[in-house]
Design a protein. Structure first.
Length: 250
């Protein structure tokens, strides 16, 4: 097996479970040394690290709340101390809260925008300081809801539309530094978080299936991230890879 990320160092935020955990394990299998970031799921994060190291990979778990700048600084300082120059950052940490217009509160708005948008900005800002002269890759995990805009999730939809806009903007800003910025927009992915919201019930409707296909798994997202992190994607920046129909027919 050709390991496309041999010698690379990758930070994956929110990687203790779900999509983030799957991405971390896949990048490690491709040869990267991976920093598994978590905010509160220490046991889960250490479990991801154990799976990686038991398979012959390199990984460490680092606790950091990505919405707090000082903790983000600590995350990248720990990465540099362990592995040196940075090559890949995956902005995966995020949250979803359902809510129709009549129920939206200040807390509902700020909690999602703070993590899903501000967290991405703070991580990307700090990461730029650690990329070497050869640049690197920032990959943002967005969602098809930025275009599908299902009812009952207006604030979350807006955060993911913001992620898409930030991807395009940062791709232009960071191009002189040879830092590529892209996003991956999964469709319906079965995670613990999604199951707990009841959102799957809507996404299984006829209208949603037309755009989303069948139910996907976290492992379906990871290959696209690994591609964008690799030299195979050296000419790709400012793009959004939609994975809406990846699970069709399963």
């Amino acid at each position: 097996m050709v390991r496309r990320l041999g010698g690379k160092v990758a930070v994956v935020t929110g990687a203790s479970r779900g999509i983030g955990a799957s991405i971390a394990k896949h990048l490690a299998a491709e040869g990267a040394s991976v920093v598994v970031n978590y905010r509160s799921g220490r046991t889960d994060a250490e479990g991801v690290v154990a799976q990686i190291t038991e398979s012959g990979g390199e990984a460490i778990a680092v606790k950091a709340n990505v919405t707090i700048q000082s903790e983000v600084e600590g995350l990248f300082a720990a990465t540099a101390a362990a592995y040196g120059d940075l090559n890949v950052v995956v902005n995966n940490a995020g949250m979803y809260k359902a809510g129709r217009l009549s129920t939206i509160t200040e807390e509902h708005f700020h909690s999602q925008f703070t993590l899903n948008v501000l967290g991405l900005i703070l991580v990307s800002k700090e990461a730029v300081k650690y990329f070497g002269p050869a640049g690197g890759s920032i990959i943002n995990i967005s969602s098809i809801v930025s275009r599908l805009t299902p009812p009952g999730s207006a604030v979350y939809n807006a955060t993911k539309a913001a992620v898409d806009a930030l991807t395009l903007t940062f791709a232009k800003e960071l191009a002189p530094l040879k830092i590529r910025v892209n996003s991956v927009n999964p469709g319906l992915i079965e995670t613990e978080g999604l199951r707990s919201t009841g959102f799957i019930a809507y996404l299984r409707t006829t209208a949603a299936r037309g755009s989303l296909g069948c139910l996907g798994q976290p492992r379906d997202v990871a290959p696209a991230v690994a591609f964008l992190a690799s030299e195979d994607a050296d000419s790709i920046s400012g793009e959004t890879i939609g994975l809406a129909n990846m699970a069709r027919g399963r």
